[in-house]
Design a protein around this ligand. Structure first.
Ligand SMILES: [Zn+2]
Length: 238
């Protein structure tokens, strides 16, 4: 579905100001925003907020991954729309993509199939999937980017996003990008450039607190957007 909601003017200005500030701060490495805004044929971006509906994703107390995924994805959609990209979301509310099936497992499988159909609906799109991580050890923290093995550009996109998140938000993060295996069904079967961004660990109390904050969600969205724009102006043009 297309995003039609218009942000209040103040929020738009704030987003632009924050985005400009972050771009200037890392100008040596993350540049060429103007090229993104002045292009004639905009790259189509599909943003996939993981889970939704009865599938909460990772759960930690009251916190369900699906809520953070959607919040970050909406911010990311707004930013990339402002930058002139053609943006779609797989979901723009707390819902699953399919209610078909008598069991939770069957409905989950159908949801995955519906998402994959959207991923591969057009050869010209790039997919940004947004998730949150969880691990037994509460000390685990930091974003990590997974990429599809099927299109060579996916690894480059993951690396650009990893760089932006590290540069702008998490200077101590040493997590490398990882190629997705069959355990990540959507990336394994995507035919277009596709990455999955695990923004952080909701099992880490400090990081969970950050991930629940509107300001941090926007900063994360800005970092992912900056990485994507850098990719689109370099690796995606070769
Ligand atoms: Zn997830």
């Amino acid at each position: 579905m297309k995003r039609k909601q218009i942000l209040p003017a103040a929020a738009v200005l704030l987003s632009i100001a924050a985005f400009a500030l972050l771009m200037v701060r890392s100008a040596a490495n993350i540049t060429r925003l103007t090229a993104a805004t002045s292009r004639t044929a905009a790259t189509a971006v599909l943003i996939d907020p993981g889970h939704g509906g009865e599938d909460g994703g990772a759960v930690c107390g009251e916190v369900q991954e699906k809520q953070i995924n959607l919040a970050v994805s909406r911010d990311l959609a707004d930013l990339l729309t402002l930058c002139g990209y053609e943006v779609e979301l797989t979901r723009d509310s707390d819902n699953s993509l399919s209610d078909d099936g008598e069991t939770v497992r069957k409905r989950k499988n159908n949801d995955m199939k519906a998402r994959l159909a959207l991923y591969n609906a057009s050869a010209d799109r790039v997919v940004l999937s947004i998730h949150q991580n969880k691990f037994n050890a509460a000390s685990s923290r930091g974003a990590q980017v997974f990429y599809s093995p099927n299109d060579g550009r996916s690894a480059a996109l993951a690396e650009r996003i990893r760089f932006a998140v590290t540069a702008l938000l998490q200077p101590d993060n040493e997590r490398e990008c990882k190629k997705a295996g069959k355990e990540i069904f959507l990336l394994k079967n995507a035919e277009v450039p596709a990455v999955l961004v695990e923004c952080g660990f909701i099992s880490n109390p400090q990081e969970r607190e950050l991930l629940l904050k509107d300001a941090y969600q926007k900063q994360m969205a800005l970092a992912v957007a900056a990485g994507f724009i850098n990719f689109d102006n370099t690796d995606n043009r070769k």
